[in-house]
Design a binder for this molecule. Sequence first.
Ligand code: ADP
Ligand code: MG
Length: 221
Amino acid sequence: MHMGEELVPIWKQSKILHKGAEAVVISGYWMGAKAVLKIRNPRSYRHPDLDRRLTRQRLSVEVRVLKKLHSSELSCPSLLDADLDKGWILLSHIEGETLYDSLASGRSGFEEIRKLGKLIRQMHNLGLSHGDLTTHNIMINDSNSLFLIDFGLSKIAPEIEQLGLDLQVLNECLNASHHEFEDAIDVLVDGYLSFSDTFSPSGKEVIERFNSIRGRVRYHA
Ligand SMILES: Nc1ncnc2c1ncn2[C@@H]1O[C@H](COP(=O)(O)OP(=O)(O)O)[C@@H](O)[C@H]1O
Ligand SMILES: [Mg+2]
């Protein structure tokens, strides 16, 4: 089936990259350039009106954040086109793999984890939390550059708690899926603190909050 060709002008599908609970991600060509189409699919178990609202909301957050990031130095896809009513966005294609796969295969290791820490602080330093920071939402290309993707749960002007939670989500992901990299979180924190801050809360303050979140989680476990 050729998905999206009836929805998106000048789009030619090549293959389905990912079929999640909420979105289908398809690679293809847009005006001759390699691109990625993300279509939010309606969830049948929800009321259609609520469904349309949630779909629109996540996509519109993603659009807003990618537009904000466009003028920054942060590595992420660029937004090529979008139609929120029809439920799709079109992104530049990142040639590479997820950090999940790269760590699992041993192609990435502590060096990339440290770089990731710095990249996360660079995002936080722009006044942005990610909201779903797992290694499936981080990509690495052939020249070993890291990219952040999937900004549907981001917050512009987040509370310090949301910044700390980004690190905790990643900490849990590293423990659950990448436990062969022992104490990876310490390396990540080290990278996080290596970025030169211009934003309040500072990197140090966010790490303090992250440590208290970690403590709370441990206490309740
Ligand atoms: N710009 C992109 N370039 C290449 N692959 C991508 C791109 N965006 C997403 N992907 C692939 O599709 C997967 C799902 O995309 P994502 O935006 O995380 O959707 P979801 O909201 O369903 O998690 C990613 O884990 C990645 O493998
Ligand atoms: Mg994702």
